[in-house]
Design a protein around this ligand. Structure first.
Ligand SMILES: Nc1ncnc2c1ncn2[C@@H]1O[C@H](COP(=O)(O)OP(=O)(O)OP(=O)(O)O)[C@@H](O)[C@H]1O
Ligand SMILES: [Mg+2]
Length: 313
């Protein structure tokens, strides 16, 4: 659905996007992660045809954006980083206007407007002007205008930014539902959101793709992946040394007198072995849990070099 090859964007001396390549298929929900200023918005604006690339190729459903911008505009729904302007327009009038821009008139225009207002929980504010809406409601209007023509491709720049927890939940469910038969790219700084809805993640830093993986794949890069934490009710003599004897255990971290974390060699599974051992030795176990690995940690690790450069500058 989306095919990006060696995309570059320069703003004067600033090389904001460098040789970015990736593709997105139907059924993919791709998350763009990256520090502030990494190039996420710039990349999205190029894919939606709002910003011409300095070099590189973008194909939407096989058609080059440079040659057929109209096709891209039709196929894509875009939620930009900042919620819509047209502040003096009423919600319903604005969405009807967008529907007309998309080529729908009369009853079809009204049907689509009503339906999208319902989906985005805007019906009760439809007669309010956009500038008088709260931030979260303006974000919903942005979402509604992106969906009104039922596009095959959705590009959403921080779609849940500013939404309350209930609405975040609703929008995440909507994205998951739509992701089944669309191609979706979204950017976010919320890592739990990535875990909840993205089938794939691209991490961008300094304009460059530094990881393109599934969330599970990324978590496997964490040193905590498959580590097992054991909490005991009371102290057991030599507990750390005993845990260390388990075959694929690499090292034991002592968190307190009664709490230990066992790290496996090469991310192997050690949970069963730890359970067996504590059971056979009749240790007073409070809890035992295996760690999946944490995305925030992997993110920080992968983007650390860039953060250091920023501090140095
Ligand atoms: N029109 C522009 N003119 C000059 N520089 C720009 C322009 N647009 C973006 N940039 C620069 O390009 C870089 C990438 O910006 P971009 O908005 O793509 O980052 P981002 O990853 O979306 O960050 P954030 O997480 O803060 O939204 C930044 O250094 C930014 O200052
Ligand atoms: Mg941005």
């Amino acid at each position: 659905m989306i095919d990006v090859t060696e995309l570059n964007k320069r703003f004067g001396p600033r090389h904001a996007v460098r040789d970015v390549s990736f593709s997105v298929n139907r059924g993919d929900v791709l998350g763009f992660l990256g520090p502030n200023g990494a190039g996420k918005t710039t990349t999205m604006r190029m894919i939606t045809g709002f910003l011409p690339p300095s070099s590189g190729r973008i194909r939407i459903q096989g058609k080059s954006i440079a040659e057929d911008a109209l096709h891209a505009r039709r196929a894509i729904g875009y939620l930009p980083e900042n919620a819509p302007s047209y502040g003096e327009m009423r919600v319903r009038d604005f969405l009807r206007f967008i529907a007309e821009m998309r080529g729908f008139f009369g009853r079809e225009r009204n049907r689509r407007t009503d339906e999208v207002m319902e989906r985005c929980f805007l019906t009760h504010v439809q007669l309010q002007t956009i500038e008088t809406l709260s931030k979260g409601y303006r974000q919903r209007v942005g979402l509604a205008q992106a969906l009104i023509h039922e596009p095959d491709i959705l590009i959403m720049d921080e779609p849940t930014d500013g939404l309350d927890p209930n609405q975040k939940h609703v929008v995440r469910n909507m994205i998951t539902e739509m992701g089944k038969d669309k191609a979706i790219i979204l950017s976010t700084h919320v890592l739990e959101e990535v875990e909840a809805i993205c089938s794939r993640v691209i991490i961008i830093a300094g304009g460059t793709v530094i990881a393109d993986d599934t969330t599970a794949g990324l978590k496997q890069r964490s040193p905590y992946h498959n580590a097992v934490t054991v909490d005991l009710e009371s102290e057991v003599k030599g507990a750390a040394e005993t845990l260390q004897t388990i075959k694929p255990v690499d090292r034991i971290e002592k968190l307190s007198e009664t709490s230990f974390r066992a790290y496996p060699q090469d991310g192997q599974t050690i949970l069963a072995a730890v359970l067996d051992l504590t059971h056979s030795r009749k240790w007073p176990v409070r809890s035992i849990r295996a760690e999946e690995g944490r995305l925030d940690e992997v993110f920080r690790h992968l983007t650390a070099t860039q953060a250091e450069e920023e501090r140095a500058a």
